[in-house]
Every structure is written in structure tokens, then in C-alpha cells.
Design a protein around this ligand. Structure first.
Ligand code: HEC
Ligand code: HEC
Ligand code: HEC
Ligand code: HEC
Ligand code: HEC
Ligand code: HEC
Length: 391
């Protein structure tokens, strides 16, 4: 059999591999997350119950074959509804005739990124570990490995081209000398001997090691960052029920936030202010509240598993942020009043602190307590000095 793999075949293969890589990067989840949080999270969750609009985790799959309509919807849903589009009108009716804000500035790609991230985020990140001590690993993002794999694929293709070029040249030289044209079998033997070559083996090992190191670096950067951490607690205490349904103020229980560095977890006697009288819960009947009563009777503290935990070398002060900075709990802790079980919403990494200090204007107040408009950020007040946060 005459060798007839042409360079064109090989280039089109490389092109395919490259586009596959680019496609993976195009679905930029990070951009999707930011856009979602800035534009959509006031009305949509990614999973669970309807907020104002339906959860968006399933939208990507739902509109897989109808992308154009989806893009139009997000950019201008009132327009679609007014035009009498049946699907748009049905959605509008289904969700209590609430109009969704139009987002004319979003590109197709940005909308796809938002929904790709929503799909990713909707996957359960609950990690109920033994004793609640093992953090979950929400950063595991396989994208990087696919990219690496594609790169290795490209390297292999390049080596193949080299083999073919050599083979063609050798074949040409042989033909000129009146020898046999090169057969596929001959190429195979040559390739096998090439694979046994020390240099090639070294190259393969180096590529494998580089991949390994990249993975270790990614792993190392995650140490200490426990975003999404959601341990099982000794009593099924629900923020959704207490802070959401019954609208109990966060500070009623976390009474440290205005006066101290720590927010404080309430002690059993705070629970007893109400549970002396309320001994029957809507979900678990008397079972879970009985544990509160038992702790009270035995005068034993409830051993809540701590979720947020900065390393000792970093200093964070609640009063400074809540009182002086005027920040809401939710800015840092997310929609706690909707959480059945609390989880760590932000990654609490240094980048996260710095990012806000760069952007957040300080709240200067006049003598009557009115906020004076200012463009000064925390950064301008020295909020990026290492010594403010490290000692
Ligand atoms: C002001 C509230 C609001 C905001 C902000 C909002 N939406 Fe909506 N969205 C809704 C409502 C309400 C519906 C249900 C349809 C209706 O009533 O018009 C909906 C429906 C949808 C649907 C259809 C879901 C389905 O299951 O068919 C998609 C997709 C969607 N929104 C995407 C987005 C995206 C992406 C953003 C952010 C860029 C966003 N929405 C921001 C309120 C909002
Ligand atoms: C009725 C009392 C009560 C109210 C009201 C309450 N919490 Fe809590 N909170 C607790 C208890 C008890 C825990 C510890 C158990 C747990 O993690 O669920 C806790 C834990 C937390 C944690 C995690 C602490 C850690 O271990 O790192 C955060 C964050 C938090 N609450 C924020 C809030 C916010 C924000 C609000 C208001 C929207 C609020 N809480 C309202 C009792 C309360
Ligand atoms: C300000 C009043 C108040 C305080 C303080 C309070 N609770 Fe509750 N708790 C309630 C109410 C109201 C209910 C719901 C009763 C109902 O709907 O029937 C409830 C229900 C519960 C339930 C039952 C949940 C279920 O679905 O069965 C548990 C468990 C519970 N609380 C634990 C605690 C713990 C632990 C604390 C202290 C950290 C605490 N509560 C502090 C008011 C309070
Ligand atoms: C600027 C961001 C930010 C804001 C705003 C904020 N927190 Fe925190 N919160 C943190 C960080 C960071 C930690 C971890 C602190 C540590 O480990 O030393 C934390 C820890 C906690 C804890 C764990 C226990 C403790 O005593 O530290 C609770 C409970 C809590 N926050 C409740 C609240 C409540 C309630 C509010 C609103 C009144 C609030 N936080 C506002 C960033 C914030
Ligand atoms: C969502 C925004 C936000 C986040 C996140 C945030 N901060 Fe801040 N921080 C502020 C604001 C606003 C102030 C300014 C308060 C004031 O006016 O003095 C501040 C002030 C401070 C100060 C005092 C600085 C000074 O110049 O007096 C320290 C220390 C600090 N933050 C530490 C942290 C640490 C550590 C983290 C991360 C664990 C963090 N902050 C995360 C908004 C934030
Ligand atoms: C606004 C607060 C803040 C400022 C300003 C700040 N850091 Fe940090 N830094 C943190 C927090 C919070 C962590 C812990 C992050 C974690 O849990 O991994 C940290 C972690 C670190 C670490 C440990 C490695 C790591 O990435 O986790 C080093 C080293 C460090 N900071 C150096 C510095 C230096 C140098 C500066 C000044 C240029 C500085 N920091 C300024 C908040 C701050």
C-alpha cells in the first residue's frame, strides 16, 4: 500500500484539535459567574426554588436546540412577549406575569457563559464529610486537563508530521536512486524504533511531569480555601426558617458583629429564649428541638462545626466592616436567609479581600450621619497595606 496521508489531512486534524481547545476556553465559566452575580442573581437562583424567575441551572439544556430564541429572550424578553411569541407569553404567564429586565448589551457568548456557569453551579456541592472536617473541593475544574490533553494531542500530531515528512523524503531519495518506494509497514517499523529512542522517551516523561506539576500547583493554591464548605451540624438548625421565614434579625443571634472582631455563634440560652415555648418544629417535629432542650438541661454547649476560618496570620474584623464599612452580611456570606444549611459562600482568599478593597468606596458620614458621596476606596485609606491584615 502506497503511503498517501497528505500534509493537508494532518493539518485539518490539528485544526480540529485546536478548535476543540478554543471551544473549551470560550465557555468561560468565570465570566459567566461574574455576569450572573451582577445581573441575574437578584431574580434567579441556579437551582432549587423559584426566586422571582425560575432557577437557571437547567436552561442551557432546555434551550440547547433553541439558542437563538434564548439569546433574544435574555436581550429583550419584553419585546418578545409584546410581539406575541407563544413561548415567551407562556413563560410570562407561568411566572406570575413578572417582566424580566432586558439585557441588550449581553453578547451571545456572554449569555452562553452565564448559563454554562449556572449549569455547573447547580450541580450539588454539598460535601457532608465524616465529622465535617474534610472540606469540599469546589475548584476541581477539569477544563485545564482537557486543554493539556489537547496540547499533548497536538504534540503527537506534530511528531507524526515529522515522521511523514522524513518518510516522504527518504522515499523520494530512494525512488531517485531507483530503490523501492516506501511502504506503510516500513514506516511502522521506523516509528516503533523512533518510540524506543532515548530522546523521545525523555520528551514524553518531561511532558508528563509538566502536567503533574501544573496539577500540584493548582492543588496547592486551593489549600486553605474552602468555598462551598457545608459540614453537617449536630442539630438541623435552619437559617431559612429562622432568618428567612421568621425574619429573626442576624444580630439577634450573632450579637458580636457590631462590637467585636467576631460575629459569635449564639449559646444555648439564646435559643431557649424562644424554645422554652416552641417545642414542635414544622419539619422534624420534636426531634431536633429536643436536642436543644437536652443541651440546655445538661448545661452543655452545642458543638457547632465552624465553617469560616481564616488562617491565624490574617486579621479580619466584623465591626469594622459592618459598622464602619456599612456592608451587609450577604455581601460576604451570600443569601444566608435562604440557606437550609449554611455554607461558605466566598472563598475568603486574599484576592477576594483585596478585590473589594480596590473597588469599595468608603462610607464617610457627616455630623448628622448622612453619607457624604466620595470616590475614595478602601485602597486609598491604606486597605492594601500588608500590615493591616497580617501581623
Ligand atoms: C427582574 C428580575 C429578573 C432578572 C434580573 C433576570 N431575570 Fe430571567 N426571568 C425572570 C422572570 C420573572 C422569568 C420568567 C418569565 C417571565 O415572567 O417573564 C425569567 C425567565 C428567564 C429564562 C427562561 C427560563 C426557563 O426556564 O424557561 C431565562 C433563560 C432567563 N430568565 C435568563 C436570565 C439571565 C441570563 C439573566 C441575567 C442576565 C436574567 N434572566 C435576569 C426575571 C428576571
Ligand atoms: C436564631 C439564631 C440565628 C439567626 C437569626 C441567624 N443565625 Fe447564623 N448561625 C446561627 C447558628 C446556631 C449557627 C451555627 C450553626 C450553623 O452553622 O448552622 C450560625 C452560623 C452562621 C454562619 C456560619 C458560621 C461559621 O461557622 O463560620 C454564618 C455566616 C451566619 N450564621 C450568618 C447569619 C446571617 C447573615 C444571618 C441573618 C441573615 C444569620 N446568620 C441569622 C444562628 C443564627
Ligand atoms: C426568636 C425566636 C427563636 C430563637 C432565638 C431560636 N428559634 Fe428555633 N425556631 C423558632 C421558630 C418560630 C421555629 C418554627 C416553629 C414552627 O414553625 O412551628 C423554630 C424551629 C426550630 C427548629 C425545628 C425545625 C424543624 O423544622 O423542625 C429547630 C431545630 C430550631 N428552631 C433550633 C434552634 C436553635 C438551635 C436555636 C439557637 C441557636 C434557635 N432555634 C433559636 C424560633 C426561634
Ligand atoms: C466583609 C465581609 C464580611 C461581612 C460584611 C460579614 N462577614 Fe461574617 N465573616 C467574614 C469572614 C472573613 C469570616 C471569617 C473570620 C475568621 O475566620 O476570623 C466571617 C465569619 C463569620 C461567622 C463565623 C463566626 C465568627 O464569630 O466569626 C459568623 C457567624 C458571621 N461571619 C456572621 C456574619 C453576620 C451575621 C454578618 C452581618 C451582620 C457578617 N458576618 C458580615 C466576612 C464578613
Ligand atoms: C465586600 C467588600 C469587602 C471585603 C470582601 C473585605 N473588606 Fe475589608 N474593608 C471593606 C471596607 C468598606 C472597609 C473600610 C471601612 C472603613 O471605612 O474604615 C474595610 C476595611 C478593612 C480593614 C481596615 C483597613 C483600614 O485601612 O483601616 C481591614 C484590616 C480589612 N478590611 C481586612 C479585610 C480582610 C482580611 C478581608 C478578607 C478576609 C476583607 N477585609 C474583605 C470592605 C471589604
Ligand atoms: C485586605 C487584607 C489583606 C491585605 C491588605 C494583604 N493580605 Fe495577605 N492574606 C490575606 C488573607 C485573608 C489571607 C489568607 C488567605 C487564605 O486563607 O489562604 C492572606 C494570605 C497571605 C499569604 C499566604 C499565602 C496565600 O496566598 O494564602 C501571604 C504570603 C500574604 N498574604 C502576603 C501578603 C503581602 C506581602 C501583603 C502586602 C502586599 C498582603 N498579604 C496584604 C489578607 C490580606
Amino acid at each position: 500500500m502506497k503511503l498517501n496521508i497528505t500534509l493537508r489531512h494532518i493539518f485539518s486534524l490539528i485544526f480540529l484539535l485546536l478548535t476543540a481547545t478554543l471551544h473549551l476556553q470560550a465557555q468561560d465559566l468565570a465570566e459567566g459567574e461574574t455576569l450572573f452575580k451582577n445581573n441575574c442573581s437578584s431574580c434567579h437562583r441556579t437551582s432549587g426554588a423559584v426566586l422571582i424567575g425560575p432557577p437557571l441551572g437547567g436552561a442551557k439544556a432546555k434551550y440547547e436546540n433553541d439558542k437563538e430564541w434564548l439569546h433574544q429572550w435574555v436581550r429583550n424578553s419584553p419585546g418578545l412577549i409584546n410581539s406575541g411569541d407563544a413561548k415567551a407569553v407562556a413563560l410570562f404567564e407561568q411566572y406570575n406575569r413578572v417582566l424580566m429586565t432586558p439585557f441588550p448589551a449581553l453578547t451571545d457568548e456572554q449569555i452562553d457563559n452565564i448559563l454554562a456557569w449556572a449549569e455547573e453551579d447547580a450541580k450539588p456541592k454539598v460535601d457532608v464529610a465524616v465529622n465535617g472536617t474534610t472540606p469540599s473541593d469546589p475548584f476541581a475544574d477539569p477544563k485545564i486537563y482537557y486543554t493539556l490533553l489537547a496540547l499533548v494531542g497536538i504534540l503527537v500530531m506534530i511528531s507524526l508530521i515529522l515522521v511523514v515528512i522524513t518518510a516522504t523524503l527518504v522515499s523520494a531519495v530512494k525512488a531517485k536512486d531507483g530503490g523501492e518506494p516506501l511502504t506503510l509497514a516500513a514506516v511502522r517499523t521506523r516509528t516503533v524504533s523512533l518510540l524506543k529512542n532515548k530522546f523521545v522517551i525523555t520528551a514524553i516523561i518531561v511532558v508528563a511531569l509538566t502536567g503533574g506539576t501544573t496539577k500540584s500547583i493548582i492543588e496547592a493554591r486551593k489549600i486553605g480555601l474552602h468555598q462551598g464548605y457545608m459540614p453537617e451540624q449536630p442539630i438541623k438548625f435552619s437559617h431559612k426558617l429562622h432568618a428567612g421565614t421568621h425574619k429573626i434579625d442576624c444580630e439577634y443571634c450573632h450579637s458580636g458583629v457590631r462590637k467585636s472582631k467576631n460575629a459569635w455563634i449564639p449559646s444555648v440560652n439564646v435559643c431557649m429564649n424562644c424554645h422554652k415555648y416552641i417545642q414542635n418544629g414544622p419539619q422534624y417535629g420534636t426531634e431536633e428541638i429536643a436536642k436543644v432542650l437536652a443541651a440546655w438541661n445538661e448545661q452543655k454547649p452545642i458543638e457547632w462545626v465552624r465553617i469560616h476560618n481564616l488562617p491565624d496570620h490574617a486579621y479580619f474584623n466584623h465591626a469594622q466592616h459592618v459598622v464602619v464599612g456599612g456592608l451587609k452580611c450577604q455581601t460576604c456570606h451570600g443569601p444566608v436567609e435562604e440557606m437550609e444549611v449554611v455554607y461558605q459562600f466566598s472563598d475568603l482568599g486574599m484576592g477576594w479581600c483585596i478585590d473589594c478593597h480596590r473597588k469599595e468606596p468608603v462610607k464617610l458620614k457627616d455630623i448628622d450621619g448622612n453619607i457624604i458621596p466620595t470616590t475614595s476606596t478602601v485602597e486609598d485609606m491604606g486597605g492594601l497595606d500588608c500590615m493591616r491584615c497580617h501581623y
